[in-house]
Design a protein. Structure first.
Length: 285
């Protein structure tokens, strides 16, 4: 007769209970834990600068259980017009209270290089198609039997900066001591909302050297999808003009110049508010 030591029998009994208990726990959880519901609500533009586009991706996560759930983080991937430009992962966790729906906002940034790709692909409509995918990670291993994934496709209108161009510098008036000039400027607003330019400052370079600088104190208003034309008055002393430059002006105008400067942009859109925008213009470019 084979003898089993009482301690070995006890250990064997507890091991069996533990294994069967784990299996029972999993079966019970599978039957009683309700899967949270997650859906992408919106993808929107939060801010625009000359260097980047700021976006927000908003999720709604509903917890149908009578106890809170802890989420350990999420992974996201967003394509614009088929281009995979924004993706990432975070381990920043959050809790969803029992029986509640929480709104979670994921901040996204499109860098300058990728922003140019988006703008170039938009055409005249200002719209892009996005495909957003998000996977949520649950904080408890036993709850990972639920895969929380969501995706959404839609269109997004991205505000655009105004296009600024300049005409030739033409002579308005000669005198014995100075010369009055005028530089025409066109501001093209491609958006479906109005905007205005403030604190407009400029510097005109000729031959790569600074020549005239000035500014516009009045606000420049541009209606939606309109072009505003402004004349910038310039004045320079004759003693400061080279013979070649004076000859060009007398012959009808000056076209071999460049303009640098900046202005503050305010648009009727929350993403375009009080933005300092640089100017760099050269005829023919």
């Amino acid at each position: 007769m084979y003898y089993i030591h009482p301690w070995k029998a006890l250990i064997f009994f507890l091991a069996c209970m533990t294994l069967s208990g784990c299996a029972m726990t999993n079966d019970m959880l599978s039957g009683t834990v309700q899967k949270p519901e997650v859906a992408i609500d919106t993808v929107g533009v939060s801010g625009i600068t000359p260097d980047a586009i700021g976006l927000t991706l908003t999720l709604n996560v509903a917890n149908p259980n009578n106890y809170a759930l802890a989420l350990a983080g999420y992974d996201y991937d967003v394509k614009f017009n088929g281009m995979p430009l924004v993706n990432g992962s975070t381990d920043q966790g959050f809790r969803i209270p029992a029986g509640r729906t929480e709104r979670i906002t994921i901040p996204l940034t499109v860098t300058f290089r990728d922003a140019r790709r988006i703008y170039n692909s938009m055409g005249e409509t200002g719209e892009v198609t996005y495909n957003a995918d998000v996977d949520l990670r649950l904080d408890a291993p036993v709850l990972n039997l639920f895969k929380l994934s969501t995706r959404k496709q839609g269109t997004l209108t991205i505000p655009r900066f105004p296009k600024i161009s300049f005409g030739d510098i033409r002579v308005e008036r000669f005198s014995f001591s100075d010369i009055e000039l005028a530089l025409s400027m066109a501001v093209d607003n491609p958006n479906d909302f109005a905007m205005k330019l403030k604190d407009f400052m400029y510097r005109i370079n000729v031959g790569g050297e600074p020549w005239i600088s000035g500014g516009v104190s009045e606000n420049i208003a541009i209606g939606k999808q309109q072009i505003s034309r402004i004349t910038l008055p310039l004045s320079v002393r004759l003693s400061e003009l080279s013979a070649g430059l004076l000859s060009s002006l007398k012959s009808g105008g000056l076209d071999n110049f460049a303009v640098e400067g900046s202005f503050i942009l305010d648009g009727d859109h929350p993403a375009l508010q009080n933005i300092r925008v640089p100017i760099s213009f050269q005829p023919g470019n």
